[in-house]
Design a protein around this ligand. Structure first.
Ligand code: SF4
Length: 161
C-alpha cells in the first residue's frame, strides 16, 4: 500500500490533558519537532512520490505557531494538501480566530479538524471550537477563489446542535 498522507506531531505539549490522549499530551510535555526535521520528512516524502496530504497536529500545534506556519508553507510549496488538528484553545472570539487562521490560509492551509467533543472539552459550553469553526467558514466564504477549507469536527453535533 502506498503512503499517501503524513501526520506530523509538532509537539507533545498541549493546553489540555485528555485521559485518552495517545501521545500523553499535557501542558508539561516538552518534546517539539524542529523545522529541520519537517524539511527532512518532506524530502523523504518527495523521494517516495506518493504523499498527497500533510497534517500538522500534536499535542497542540498552535503552541508553536511559527513552526506550524512555516511547515504549512513548505508542504504547500511541494504541492501537498495541508491540514491542522487543533483543540481551538486560541479561538477566543470569532474575529480573533479569523485572524489566527489568516496567515495559515495565506500560507496554503486547506483544512482544519477541531477536537471538540465531550472527551476533549471538559469545559461545558466552551465556545472556542465554535468560534474556530465559524472563522474557518468565514475564510472559506471570503476567499476568491475559495480554498477548500472543510471543517471536520469531532463532535460536530456539539458545534451545530
Ligand atoms: S486535546 Fe488532543 S492532543 Fe491535547 S491532550 Fe487532548 S487528545 Fe491529546
Amino acid at each position: 500500500m502506498a503512503l499517501s498522507g503524513l501526520h506530523l506531531l509538532l509537539t507533545y505539549q498541549c493546553t489540555s490533558e485528555c485521559d485518552h490522549c495517545f501521545v500523553w499530551g499535557s501542558p508539561w510535555a516538552r518534546a517539539t519537532m524542529p523545522l529541520s526535521m519537517i524539511q527532512e520528512i518532506l524530502d523523504q516524502a518527495d523521494e517516495l512520490g506518493t504523499v498527497r496530504s500533510v497534517f500538522f497536529e500534536g499535542g497542540e500545534p498552535f503552541l508553536y505557531y511559527s513552526t506550524l506556519l512555516e511547515g504549512i508553507r513548505l508542504a504547500t510549496a511541494r504541492g501537498h494538501w495541508t491540514g491542522i488538528v487543533s483543540n481551538a484553545f486560541w479561538a477566543t472570539s470569532r474575529q480573533d480566530a479569523f485572524r489566527a487562521l489568516s496567515r495559515l490560509v495565506q500560507a496554503g492551509l486547506q483544512g482544519i479538524q477541531l477536537s471538540a467533543d465531550r472527551l476533549h472539552s471538559p469545559l461545558k459550553n466552551d465556545p472556542r471550537p465554535r468560534f474556530a469553526a465559524e472563522a474557518a467558514k468565514d475564510h472559506h466564504e471570503a476567499a476568491d477563489p475559495a480554498p477548500v477549507l472543510p471543517i471536520l469536527c469531532c463532535g460536530a453535533a456539539l458545534l451545530y446542535p
